[in-house]
Design a protein around this ligand. Structure first.
Ligand code: MN
Length: 245
């Protein structure tokens, strides 16, 4: 739903990159924005990301979704992905990252949810900040001080996720954040195909250079393809205009 004082505009772009098929999925509708990155051989990955989105898009139908709603919907998505067949003998799985406009104590807020190594960023006042925490082996090694941050982008195990929708675990523990909306905020949701190719500084520069969310999403995906496009690339950009009626 859209709160009266906040107007959102959004754009989305995706590219298959150098992969055989695009297993990313995205959803953009009034107030809810999602990106999912599927994995799992044959059609498994594409089916997993589609299933994750199909369940999580329920957040768009809620009036003022809460942190608990975000957790519940994500758990349901996990169950749905786990019910998919495993044609390759490998259980299909999917990441999920998303942002939903909600309200908390009368204040418009971004409700951000994440499982896996897709990311949600916020750009406020022209400064880009990663909101989500990657659920990946390499991110955990960096956090524990085992490997320096500079090595993370090229580490051979950088794409091994530690939390995922589907897979063998019976439950999933999504991360959820609630952040007040500031006028001009831009939220970027993306699959790892974008962040494996572009540094945060480059992403920030591309966002600043693009006049509107659709142009920004197109620009980011194009830049990642040009840089090598080793994986599927998806970017969703959401912009908030806040004003009184
Ligand atoms: Mn990917």
């Amino acid at each position: 739903m859209i709160l009266p004082r906040v107007r959102l505009t959004a754009g989305a772009a995706t590219a298959v990159g150098r992969r055989a098929e695009n297993e990313d999925a995205w959803f953009v509708a009034e107030g809810a924005y999602l990106v999912a990155d599927g994995m799992g051989g044959h059609d498994g990955g594409a089916l997993a990301s589609a299933a994750a989105i199909e369940v999580a898009r329920d957040l768009a139908t809620m009036r003022t979704p809460t942190v608990q709603d975000a957790r519940d919907v994500t758990r349901l998505a996990h169950v749905r992905v786990r019910l998919l067949p495993s044609p390759s003998g490998r259980r299909p799985g999917s990441t999920l990252t998303g942002v939903v406009l909600t309200e908390h104590g009368g204040v418009p807020c971004w409700l951000v949810v994440n499982v896996g190594d897709s990311r949600t960023y916020r750009m406020a006042g022209g400064v880009l900040e990663q909101v989500t925490v990657d659920h990946s082996e390499v991110a955990e090694l960096v956090r524990d001080g085992v490997i320096p941050e500079a090595e993370a982008a090229t580490h051979p195990r950088r794409n091994v996720v530690t939390r995922v929708l589907g897979g063998s675990a019976s439950d999933v523990d999504p991360d959820v954040w609630l952040l007040p909306v500031s006028p001009g905020d831009r939220m970027l949701l993306c699959s790892d195909g974008l962040t494996d190719e572009l540094t945060d500084q480059r992403i920030e520069a591309e966002l600043r250079a693009a006049p509107d969310p659709q142009a920004a999403a197109d620009r980011l995906v194009r830049a990642a393809v040009k840089h090598g496009g080793r994986d599927n690339i998806t970017a969703v950009v959401v912009e908030a205009a806040v004003g009184r009626r």
